[in-house]
Design a binder for this molecule. Structure first.
Ligand code: ATR
Length: 282
């Protein structure tokens, strides 16, 4: 007999989401009688979707683009992580009818960097490419919250960075926060001062995309993390490997944010190995 749908990811579009594929084996392994599905929800309809899920006895859901802000506004309560990141990616429908919003993206990034590179964000000088976008800003916020000693923010549209830098310093413990444009000289200079480079731009989704920073900026001592996981090897990661840098892609962030979401729903850790295996199978 098929299991009742009691968890979901909502997004628009959502059919590409890897979350159902990743969570189902972990639910089965934990003996939870639930299936995890993808639900396409149009912008402006998140409240309606939550009410329907609550009526149907859902445990919770994940929230992906473009609903992370809309969902946050509907929650009755937010975790400190969700408050700090200003968005929610994980929802718990409580038995008393209230809705709790988590954000596991930041913790997911932190765990990914720890496992992939053996380093904590608190000990790394970090350059974030695309820090003016939604994903980049969340990454920058997490880096500052964890006490990274220096954070360099770069964005094609540099005007977006000033208010972000001020917020990082005033509200998220940002220490040395520097903003820079995407010109060759600035990027080479900033890269020479950091340990970790994170790509949060959309450059690399297409094989014909240019690198998000000049190739000369990449050094063998760098750790280079690309938030993109499809394709698994972006032009940036290829170029970074070629100079001998350590590299990793966004699959680990996806995995760990999912594992923290599972913990938010059930209070236990999921079988990470099964989730990882499921993500690698397409
Ligand atoms: P969001 O993450 O907010 O949904 P996005 O359109 O996916 O936004 O873009 C993410 C990041 O990639 C942004 O920082 C964007 O830079 P702008 O703020 O200048 O738009 C960056 N980006 C997208 N295309 C780019 C390109 N061709 N060159 C450099 N940066 C680019």
């Amino acid at each position: 007999m098929s299991k009742p749908p009691r968890l979901a990811v909502i997004g628009h579009p959502v059919s590409h989401s890897a979350s159902p594929r990743m969570h189902q084996p972990a639910l089965d392994d934990a003996g939870v009688d639930a299936s995890y599905i993808a639900i396409d929800v149009e912008p402006g309809k998140v409240k309606e979707a939550f009410s329907k899920m609550q009526e149907e006895g859902y445990i919770g859901c994940n929230v992906t683009v473009p609903h992370k802000l809309e969902a946050m506004e509907i929650c009755d309560e937010l975790t400190d992580d969700a408050k700090a990141l200003g968005a929610t990616n994980t929802i718990v429908f409580r038995e008393d009818g209230t809705i709790l919003g988590h954000n596991t993206d930041g913790a997911g990034l932190s765990q990914a960097i720890l496992e992939d590179f053996g380093k904590s964000l608190s000990e790394l000088r970090i350059l974030i490419l695309g820090a003016g976008g939604g994903a980049g800003r969340a990454i920058a916020t997490q880096c500052c919250r964890e006490g990274a000693p220096a954070v360099y923010l770069s964005n094609r549209t540099i005007e977006k960075l000033e208010p972000i830098a001020i917020d990082l310093v005033d509200n998220h413990g940002g220490k040395l926060v520097t903003t820079l444009s995407t010109d060759t000289e600035s990027l080479i200079e900033a890269a020479s001062r950091v340990d970790l480079i994170i790509n949060a731009t959309s450059l690399g989704l297409k094989p014909s995309d240019p690198l998000p920073l000049p190739e000369e900026a990449l050094l063998s001592r760098h750790m280079v993390y690309d938030a993109i996981y499809n394709p698994p090897v972006t032009p940036l990661l290829k170029a970074a490997s070629e100079v001998g840098a350590k590299t990793s892609n966004g699959l680990s962030m996806l995995l760990h944010q999912g594992a923290f979401a599972f913990e938010a729903w059930f209070g236990i850790k999921p079988n990470l190995e099964l989730m990882h295996k499921a993500l690698l199978q397409k």
